[in-house]
Design a protein around this ligand. Structure first.
Ligand SMILES: [Zn+2]
Ligand SMILES: [Zn+2]
Length: 364
């Protein structure tokens, strides 16, 4: 089968013939039908984030179960499934208390030392990034990283559920526990921020204020259901949020990750409210904090990983909401490409009007 490989960090994606092992244990083999291009894969292809080339990236993947390992109990051939990069063992303290995204043994979803690699090219072992390796015609994935979804949801939309959707919507619904009537600020109206707007609508937020530097992104935010939009290059965003909310927002979500923007997010929040950090532009970024200011205002700052998502609960929920017309996945889709177009696909994402690019052809 074919896969888009990264042979060297920084050398881009090339399509090559590779071989997948037969499923063992609780592994599930899927025929990939759609695979989304997330920025994290681009980062992993250009910088060393712990995955050794040659590697298969791609972690927004949807497909059909083609075979199951002897110990897999959750899926049968023909199931429509979505992969998720939350790697959970299912039996540690975090998993047992509903925090699979904080699992203490994520490596249990991978093959162990001494076992043959899942992916190889001839005699050469290929790294399967995030336990998924979705930029390929097929993928061999532990059943804990797969979620069954309705056959009615189209594969491209389903693929997006695995990362961008849960990260954005989950931050609002799960991490911040947004309540009906809350006022929320979404800073950065890109592919993930738009899903935070979806989440805020589902949670019943009364005011959904989108802040961005690009008018076309803000227009899209309105289409998703933002009640107010603020272009921070033209308006003082903090003053505008205070004017709209009266006392500050209950929660602000930073999908940008530039220190000055993060600091402004904290100012937008009411006493006792929360700032949630999701985006990160510079991994070395720091932010000075006046401790007494936090004590006096009782504000909280929280980092968010994968929208505090329990994949097997949340992904079918978002899929159902989509099928009911209550969760916009269709307008996230900007372009469909072929498996051998990953490198060019990431080029398309530089256009601010392009939200999500998904591989939908060259897969079989
Ligand atoms: Zn992602
Ligand atoms: Zn665990």
């Amino acid at each position: 089968m074919k896969a888009a490989l990264v042979r060297e960090i920084g050398a881009g994606f090339v399509t090559e013939e590779v071989q997948l092992a037969a499923p063992i244990g609780r592994e599930v083999l899927i025929d990939v039908k759609a695979s989304g291009l997330c920025h994290t894969d681009l980062t992993a292809s250009r910088n060393n984030i712990g995955y050794e080339p040659p590697m298969v990236l791609g972690h927004e993947v949807a497909g059909i179960v083609a075979a199951v390992g002897p110990d897999a109990t959750e899926f049968v051939v023909g199931d429509h499934v979505v992969g998720c990069l939350v790697q959970s063992c299912g039996h540690c303290e975090a998993c047992l208390t509903g925090r699979t995204f904080q699992c203490e043994h994520p490596e249990e979803t991978l093959r162990h030392a001494g076992e043959a690699p899942r992916i190889r090219a001839g005699d050469e072992a290929i790294t399967q990034a995030f336990g998924l390796g979705g930029f390929a015609q097929q993928a061999l994935i532990h059943e804990n990283q797969l979620v069954k979804v309705s056959d009615e949801i189209p594969f491209p939309q389903a693929a997006l559920l695995g990362c961008g959707v849960v990260t954005g919507a989950g931050a609002v619904i799960n991490t911040a526990n947004t309540q009906a009537g809350d006022a929320v600020v979404i800073i950065g109206a890109g592919g993930v921020g738009l899903n935070a707007i979806n989440g805020a609508i589902v949670a019943g937020a009364s005011k959904i204020i989108a802040v961005d530097v690009a008018d076309d992104k803000l227009e899209k935010a309105r289409r998703f259901g933002a009640t107010h939009t603020v272009n921070s290059t033209k308006t003082d965003a903090v003053a505008e949020v205070m004017r709209i909310t009266g006392r500050g927002a209950d929660a602000a979500f930073d999908f940008v990750g530039i220190p000055a923007v993060t600091a402004s997010g904290l100012e937008m929040v009411r006493p006792g409210g929360g700032l949630y950090l999701i985006g990160i532009l510079d991994p070395a970024a720091t932010m000075p904090l006046l401790t007494i200011g936090l004590i006096g205002t009782q504000k909280r700052i929280q980092g968010v990983y994968m929208g505090s998502t329990t994949p097997k609960h949340d992904i079918p929920l978002y899929a159902d909401l989509y099928l009911q017309g209550r969760f916009n996945l269709d307008d996230l889709m900007s372009r469909e490409i072929a498996l051998d177009g990953v490198e060019e696909g990431y080029g398309l994402l530089k256009d601010p009007t392009v939200t999500r690019v998904v591989i939908t052809s060259g897969l079989s």
